[in-house]
Design a protein around this ligand. Structure first.
Ligand code: AR6
Length: 183
């Protein structure tokens, strides 16, 4: 399952799958403020990437909510992992600001490191409880706005783990971008 949209000269893709298998320049981790690992996609990335990632994370001194920091990709196909911290859902307007910031900061860190292709999971919609129907338009709009501002990133791929999450992003993308490009 692959849906493709355009934002300026960049491509935004939605796929259902496992982010640890992506061959983009960077994959983004939905981390917590300690950056010392956890469950969900964080656990999967550290398992697949091996101990080198955690060793680097220990030196980063944590990360604020809405911010992102980079390490190498260890044994992953992706050469880099960008560890982003989304908000724990509270139902307040600030949630959307912090979630958008986590996406934007991840892309800024990618650009600072010369990276052109980035894969994201659905940040905050697992353990952090952000309803995916609310999170998807925030995530897609934040990425679109960043790309439309002329950032030198050619591909942003959302790698969505389960069918319900994929559908929520597909519906939001239809509202934001219109119909997907023909395959
Ligand atoms: N590939 C892509 N997406 C995945 C994968 C995978 N391999 N595994 C899970 N997901 P979560 P959060 C999806 O809970 O809500 C951790 O303990 C998952 O189905 O991983 O930001 C951290 O250390 C869901 O759609 O992240 C933090 O403490 C999405 O990834 C906390 O969880 C996000 O779910 C962060 O919570």
């Amino acid at each position: 399952m692959l849906k493709r949209y355009r934002a300026g000269t960049a491509i935004i893709e939605l796929v259902q799958g496992d982010i640890t298998e992506q061959d983009t320049d960077a994959i983004v981790n939905a981390a917590n403020r300690t950056l010392l690992g956890g469950g969900g996609v964080d656990g999967a990335i550290h398992r697949a990437g091996g101990p080198a990632i955690l060793e680097e994370c220990r030196k980063l001194g944590g990360c604020e909510t809405g911010d992102a920091k980079i390490t190498t990709g260890g044994a992953l196909k992706a050469r880099h992992v960008i560890h982003a911290v989304g908000p724990v859902y509270s139902g307040r307007p600030r949630d959307a600001e912090l979630l958008a910031s986590a996406y934007r900061r991840s892309l800024e860190v990618a650009v600072e490191n010369g990276l052109k292709t980035v894969a994201f999971p659905s940040i905050s919609t697992g353990a952090y409880g952000y309803p995916v129907r609310e999170a998807a338009p925030v995530a897609l709009s934040a990425v679109r706005d960043f790309l439309l501002a002329g950032a030198p990133v050619s591909l942003v791929r959302f790698v969505l783990f389960d069918p319900a999450t994929f559908r929520a992003y597909e519906e939001a993308a239809g509202r934001i971008f219109g119909p997907p490009e023909e395959p």
